[in-house]
Write a protein that binds this ligand. Structure first.
Ligand code: HEC
Ligand code: HEC
Length: 436
């Protein structure tokens, strides 16, 4: 274990660290959190403010993020413990280049970056579908996608088409789950600026909530409150598409456990429901497969990914439209952290986004319509980094316009105002979002 770590450190100090430091040296007056890198690696840079030691820690975290874990019993012990059941073998397998997963990109077997949370089938399947497993154990079920298309026309005659994904989970290994089990599809997010989102004071988020819509703008918004496993307190949820995790560390430990079957101090139990006998019997790694050292490095890495600088536009018409038609009421532009302005374009609150985006039960009923306002920073660079711009929680929207057209519920007013814009105004708004 220690030998492997030393090896990783050595490899890193000879390659990755100096390159990043050289790049940093060429930019004297830097923003502490922003990077001017718009290349394929736009989401993979450390905060410029990191010092030499922090940078080293960042790159160690990066190596664990990219590491392919293996099942217990293989020769190496430093990176074993995968499974018994899992979704992918590395963090970067879903968050490719720290970016956005493919999601519901095409019909057929779902891409690994799209995972399915289950609520109501804990005894058989736990709280997340794990399609894969180590040798001698079988995956839990297989997710497939089909699309239904819906078309519409703007008042100026331009046509649009939306594709609604229909998820079909088949080959349930331990029997059909109860019909009222909720299935929630989620795609892997881009991971920039998370340390900044973590640092926004909870009171500032809570002050924007308006659960009874007292100001009658059609938008309520409520904070999610979730259990902080370190403190045992209920605190503001910030991460994931439904703000179900309070801290970057807990989100990471949950990912190690839920997505790869790796235990840690925060999640010490393997995800093997008692009916899954082969899973129960499979050889396990150490009691704690991801020790605090690894978890803290990965957390440091996740907290320190820089945000690409905004790209310049010829005019600010798009920005004005964004504010005028109400987008900024949820996608709140800025916050000040320690005297530095940052622009994530989110209120981190949960909003009812209407039935079209709602989770469904296995039996087909509409459930849970609330989603966290996602930050919009980096959205325009997903195309560059990940070769697609599949947006929204399951990746159904092909680009910014389709994402807007799926807005409903509390965001119906803003969507309807978008439908009334002329072509130039629509394009201006899309260009603005893509510049963030
Ligand atoms: C199987 C694909 C998959 C793997 C593997 C995976 N993730 Fe994720 N990740 C996701 C999905 C999907 C979400 C959104 C989860 C949700 O909304 O509940 C997510 C969300 C996150 C977030 C929150 C981002 C935000 O904007 O709120 C962080 C941080 C994160 N993952 C880190 C990791 C780390 C660290 C690892 C490796 C230990 C990892 N992920 C492994 C798919 C994956
Ligand atoms: C009521 C709050 C609200 C308003 C108003 C609103 N949004 Fe959103 N927006 C959300 C939520 C919540 C999501 C995530 C929904 C989902 O994934 O199902 C979202 C998703 C998005 C996405 C996709 C982001 C991603 O990472 O995939 C874009 C782009 C976007 N909104 C732009 C806009 C624009 C432009 C407007 C104005 C026309 C707008 N939004 C108005 C709450 C809002």
């Amino acid at each position: 274990m220690i030998r492997t770590l030393a090896f990783i450190l050595l490899t890193l100090s000879s390659a990755a660290v100096p390159t990043a430091e050289t790049a940093a040296a060429q930019r004297p007056a830097e923003h502490p959190f922003e990077t001017p890198d718009f290349s394929r690696n736009a989401f993979g840079n450390p905060f410029p403010k990191l010092n030499r030691d922090e940078r080293r820690e960042f790159f160690v975290g990066n190596s664990f993020f990219k590491l392919a874990w293996v099942q217990t019993g293989a020769t190496t012990t430093a990176r074993d413990g995968l499974g018994p059941t899992f979704n992918a073998v590395s963090c970067s397998g879903c968050h490719l280049l720290d970016g956005r997963g493919m999601g519901a990109a095409r019909e057929g077997h779902a891409h690994v970056s799209l995972l399915f949370r289950l609520d109501g089938a804990e005894e058989q399947y736990g709280s997340q579908l794990n399609p894969f497993a180590v040798a001698s154990v079988s995956g839990e079920a297989q997710p497939f996608i089909k699309f239904e298309t819906e078309s519409g026309v703007f008042p100026d005659g331009e046509a649009y088409e939306l594709r609604r994904p229909i998820f079909n989970l088949i080959n349930w290994m331990f029997g059909e789950p109860p019909k009222n089990t909720r299935v929630s599809a989620r795609v892997a997010n881009q991971l920039i600026g998370l340390g900044l989102l973590e640092d926004i004071p909870a009171a500032e988020i809570e002050a924007m909530a308006d659960p009874e819509d007292k100001d009658q703008d059609g938008i309520s918004g409520r904070p999610a409150y979730v259990l902080d496993l370190r403190t045992g307190a209920m605190v503001l949820g910030r991460f994931g598409w439904k703000a179900e995790q309070p801290t970057v560390e807990q989100q990471n430990a949950a990912a190690f456990n839920g997505d790869m079957g790796l235990t840690s101090a925060l999640f010490p139990n393997e995800n093997c429901p008692s009916v899954q006998l082969a899973c129960q019997a499979a050889p396990k790694g150490n009691a704690i497969e991801v020790d605090d050292h690894i978890l803290s490095r990965v957390t440091m890495y996740m907290r320190s990914l820089a945000v690409p600088v905004r790209r310049k536009l010829p005019d600010d018409n798009g920005q004005k439209t964004f504010t005028r038609i109400g987008c900024a009421n949820c996608h709140r532009p800025g916050y000040t952290l320690d005297g530095v302005a940052v622009f994530p374009y989110t209120d981190l609150l949960l909003h009812d986004m209407g039935p079209g985006l709602a989770d469904k039960s296995v039996g087909g009923d509409l459930l849970a319509t609330e989603w966290r306002t996602p930050p919009l920073w980096g959205v325009g660079l997903i195309q560059t980094v990940n070769n697609h711009q599949n947006l929204m929680h399951d990746g159904r929207a092909r680009g910014v316009q389709e994402a807007i057209l799926w807005h409903d519920g509390e965001s119906a007013r803003a969507k309807n105002a978008y439908l009334q814009l002329n072509k130039a105004e629509r394009q201006g708004l899309i260009d603005f979002v893509n510049s963030l």
